[in-house]
Design a protein around this ligand. Structure first.
Ligand code: MLT
Length: 303
């Protein structure tokens, strides 16, 4: 019998499946101090984004019972994964489960910043009828530039194409086989040609933001930006400046440099559509993440 700690919770059907297989799943949330005391009572630790698995915790785990950390999600930036692997603790994620949900939110945000959906909803609730102020633009026939062309970006690309958009992409791997309906371009061309730019890349601290002042300057006037990837890949200071100058006509943000964000000037900007990191927060994605997670646990310990 395995003892598994899902410190940030887990979809009930996945908990049931593991229990039915004879394993014990604890879904209590432990703060770091308690977690450090308890962690070696478990074989595997499952986290979402709330629990940070940093060196301090990994040092306690090293050589102990807990041999596997699973990030129930895509980004593993809340886990010091290189250090963990060095200490003999395997780190896995669930890269296959949330792409459709994140892609749908991305498209939803593109509509929101094109048609003032959030702000007009908000002002109507305050008794205003600002019909003239909310004249927007269509997505059809616009160019969408995708930075990063992994699983999520490809789902965005399919949906955007169905909406009549031209989709171009750039990726650190270069042109990718099997996606000829979408045009690979270098970053410079993507910045200068896109009406919408959506990022689908991890944040690598040492590299800093992918979009900063220099990149905004290279974009079309009136470009719209979507970031449902990771805070930090867009420099918030530079984005705010570009919004205020009108260079950027709209920005949709699901992720922030700091979460929860304290950047009120940015989220209160009339041309910003903001959500609190809910890309994978759908019933369907969480169910799939649960399945991918329990399969990963079971196959890891079968090996
Ligand atoms: C992920 O990395 O899976 C997403 O950002 C969703 C999340 O962190 O909840």
């Amino acid at each position: 019998m395995l003892r598994i700690l899902a410190n940030d919770g887990m979809d009930a059907s996945a908990v049931k499946h593991l229990s039915d297989c004879g394993h014990e799943v604890v879904t209590t949330f432990y703060e770091l101090d308690v977690l450090k005391e308890k962690i070696n009572e478990f074989d595997a630790l499952i986290v979402r984004s709330a629990t940070k698995v940093r060196k301090e915790l990994i040092d306690v785990m090293a050589g102990g019972r807990c041999k596997l950390v699973i990030r129930a999600g895509v980004g593993i930036d809340n886990i010091d994964h290189v250090y963990a692997e060095e200490k003999g603790i395997a780190v896995r994620n669930t890269p296959n489960s949330s792409s459709a949900s994140v892609a749908e939110l991305t498209i939803g945000h593109m509509f929101a910043i094109s048609r003032f959906i959030g702000i007009s909803n908000y002002t109507m609730r305050n008794g205003e009828w600002n019909k003239k102020a909310y004249s927007g633009v269509e997505l059809g026939e616009k160019t969408l530039g995708l930075i990063g062309f992994g699983r999520i970006a490809r789902e965005v690309a399919k949906r955007a194409k169905a909406l009549g958009m031209d989709v171009i992409y750039t990726d650190h791997l270069g042109k990718l086989e099997g996606f000829d309906e979408f045009k690979f371009v270098e970053m410079d061309e993507l910045l200068s040609e896109s009406d919408y730019i959506s990022l689908h890349i991890p944040f690598i601290k040492e590299m800093g933001p992918t979009l900063g002042e220099e990149q905004f300057a290279a974009m079309k006037d009136g470009v719209r930006i979507v970031n449902a990837a990771r805070g930090g890949v867009v420099c918030e200071k530079a984005l705010l400046k570009a919004l205020n100058s009108g260079k950027v006509a709209g920005a949709a943000l699901d992720v922030f440099e700091q979460e929860p964000t304290l950047n009120e000037e940015l989220i209160n900007h009339p041309n910003v559509s903001a959500t609190p990191h809910i890309g994978a927060s759908t019933a369907e994605a969480q169910k799939r993440i649960g399945v991918e997670t329990y399969r990963t646990v079971l196959s890891f310990f079968e090996e």
